[in-house]
Design a protein around this ligand. Sequence first.
Ligand SMILES: C[S@@+](CC[C@H](N)C(=O)[O-])C[C@H]1O[C@@H](n2cnc3c(N)ncnc32)[C@H](O)[C@@H]1O
Length: 209
Amino acid sequence: VKVLNAYAGIGGNRHLWPDDWQVTAVELDPRIAAEYARRYPDDVVLVEDAHAVVMDRAHEFDAVWTSPPCPTHSRLAKTVASRTGRPLEPDPRLWEEIAHLRTLGVAHVVENVHVYYTPPIAPDVVTERHWYWTSAAPLMLTPPAGTRGILMPDTPASAYAAAYGLPMSPRGALSDSRKAFRNAVIPLEGLEVATAAFESALSMVSDGR
Ligand SMILES: C[S@@+](CC[C@H](N)C(=O)[O-])C[C@H]1O[C@@H](n2cnc3c(N)ncnc32)[C@H](O)[C@@H]1O
């Protein structure tokens, strides 16, 4: 099954995906992309704008996972904006990608934080940390053990790595490893949401259709 993994980060969502999925990852930050490539040497890694790839090339894949940046959607952003008086416009690319993938009818997952405003499209799956818009039927997730309360401002990368079961990165590989680990999707959630959402694509491929 050919999977697009857009805004790949260090690949928390991808960590438990089966070896036989052919993954193309897109990550704009070259150091994060290099660290992703070190972790997943069999994946194709593109250092490009993921939004353009999702909008222009999603139809080339059997299944699509996309994790657009959260800073303009998170409650924290709202707090910072109100404190500093900065205007805050939610980045519309999140909603464009959900609408595009739904229209295309491709198996997909769009992941983001709980947005601070009334969402124009309601999420299909809500977990402690994330909202997901997916092509999946409603699903039961295994509650992740040991991750409650991890989002403290000073939580180090090593605590995320331990709680999520992700290997640490070599010293100096990332310019902000705390941020990259904090951004990561809990791997078990990444597997369960993707497997459910990609089910139709996976069965079509295994049937040889
Ligand atoms: C929420 S994080 C991804 C987390 C990832 N799914 C995981 O589980 O580890 C978003 C990532 O998108 C990257 N990014 C931001 N804007 C981008 C763009 N226009 N194109 C590609 N990557 C981008 C950031 O560098 C960051 O690594």
